[in-house]
Design a protein around this ligand. Structure first.
Ligand SMILES: Nc1nc2c(c(=O)[nH]1)N[C@H]1C(S)=C(S)[C@@H](COP(=O)(O)OP(=O)(O)OC[C@H]3O[C@@H](n4cnc5c(N)ncnc54)[C@H](O)[C@@H]3O)O[C@H]1N2
Ligand code: MOO
Length: 412
């Protein structure tokens, strides 16, 4: 690898390289701990859910044809064959001209194909029901197998489980599921100038910020994070830290030392490992150009720029999707996953063609419109990210955007 220049690749290509890493292995998890985890295999249903046609309403199970044409002014009349308890399965078929009292959730008798709500009926004596509304076949009925049929996939592999997924799993009697392990993620910060947060920096030193922001962001993406502390710009120190970090984790994030300054050892050290390949050094985004991606012993190592805001942007654009992908989530790189909000751009923006820009914006309400006000600032400062609600992405093809243009703001 030529260290003199970045060989800048497109962000799309960078994501393709990230997708090339295999997800972590799986573990068996009790149902109650499955929320937020990613299914490692399809959950098949051994039964129809619902198991039988069930009523959605309190009322009467009927043959819909017996109600055709019925209205307030022209009711139909059917005989009440019986009423059934909610957990009762009635085997006697419902004949034409009959109805059966039924509760919400109760099973329909054979022959019935609809339920009329009790408020659209009137009992006449104790055996005749006046029907004041027409119901169509299937009306107010949950059909057998409508949620999931026997042998069908109830919840697919690669799905991050939400409460509603857990609900269907409960319905089919799934007490545990195979889910991907949470990826173990190591974070290393490099730089002679860095001191821990509980130190008082002497002039020239600064407190380590990136270990904290990156760890928080990795946790947001479901990873188990271990901060491996501060590493000086010394080859052997970085080598040692990376060896430990790679041993203990599925993925490693290194902040700092990604540029081409004389101190920037990251590439050199990564290359020194026997089983390593530098997949990328430089990606056409701003901020974040001097980003590194390597494979060491099959594991991804992402080298993030030291600049505090650049590191966060790279983590948002590449690091978090990588973690989600390693955690088995099939939609990790799906742009449809991002929380987007439409807005009008509040100021002109310029951009270098060929480079994808991520502009921090604050959302403001102006004359009933949502306006995205750019918060421009240096990527070595923290403030723009604190003031921002999200990012506007300027595609590489643009030289800029004009105030008033429609934009989609990626909310973070
Ligand atoms: N000749 C060139 N120089 C630089 C280029 C370039 O293309 N050609 N790219 C610039 C860009 S863009 C960035 S971003 C930085 C990236 O630098 P490094 O990744 O090598 O990071 P460092 O030099 O180690 O640090 C940069 C800056 O960030 C501060 N820093 C580092 N780590 C932390 C931390 N954990 N917490 C807080 N602050 C941190 C560090 O003190 C430096 O001020 O390179 C440009 N140079
Ligand atoms: O692109 Mo750097 O990452 O300007 O801050």
């Amino acid at each position: 690898m030529d260290h003199g220049f970045f060989r800048v690749i497109s962000p799309a290509r960078f994501c393709e390289l990230l997708r090339g890493f295999a997800p972590v292995d799986s573990e068996l998890m009790p149902l109650e701990d499955c929320l937020g985890r990613v299914l490692a295999e399809d959950i098949l249903s051994g039964e129809d859910i619902p198991a039988l046609d069930r009523s959605c309403m309190d009322g009467y199970a009927v043959r819909a044809a017996d109600t055709f044409g019925a209205s307030e002014g022209n009711p139909a009349y059917v005989e009440l064959a019986r009423s059934a308890a909610i957990d009762e399965v009635v085997s006697r078929p419902l004949h034409s001209g009959e109805c059966m009292g039924i509760a919400t959730g109760g099973s329909l008798p054979p022959g019935a194909d609809a339920v009329i709500m009790v408020e659209h009926t009137q009992m006449l004596g104790d055996a005749t029901v006046e029907i004041r509304k027409t119901v169509t076949p299937g009306e107010n009925v949950m059909l057998k197998g409508e949620d999931v049929g026997q042998g069908q996939v109830a919840v697919p592999a690669g799905r991050r489980l939400r409460p509603q997924d857990v609900g269907l799993m409960a319905a089919i009697g799934c007490t545990s599921a195979r889910v991907y392990r949470r990826p173990r993620c190591g974070v290393v910060s490099t730089g002679d100038e860095l001191v821990p947060v509980d130190s008082v920096p002497r002039p020239g030193q600064i407190r380590d910020v990136n270990s904290h922001t990156l760890a928080c962001m990795a946790r947001q993406s479901g990873a188990l994070v271990r901060a491996h502390g501060l590493v000086p710009d010394v080859r052997e120190a970085l080598q040692g830290a990376l060896v430990r970090c790679l041993e203990e984790n599925d993925v490693v994030f290194i902040s700092g030392g990604s540029s081409i300054g004389t101190r920037d050892l990251t590439i050199e050290v990564l290359e020194s490992f026997a089983d390593s390949e530098i997949l990328a050094h430089g990606v056409s985004i701003s901020p974040g150009k001097p980003t590194i991606l390597a494979r060491v012993g099959g594991k991804p190592v992402l080298g993030l720029p030291g600049q505090v805001t650049s590191a966060q942007i790279v983590m948002l654009v590449f690091g978090q999707p990588l973690l989600v992908h390693l955690g088995g989530d099939a939609g990790a790189f799906d742009p449809g996953r991002l929380l987007m909000r439409p807005a009008k751009l509040g100021a002109n923006l310029s951009s270098k063609p060929g480079r994808e820009d991520y502009v921090r914006v604050r959302l403001e309400e102006q004359d009933g419109q949502c306006v995205a006000m750019p918060r421009l600032g240096k990527s070595g400062l923290l403030r723009t990210m604190l003031d921002a609600d999200g990012l506007v992405r300027l595609p590489a093809s643009l030289e800029g955007m004009r105030a008033g243009q429609d934009v989609d703001v990626w909310i973070f």
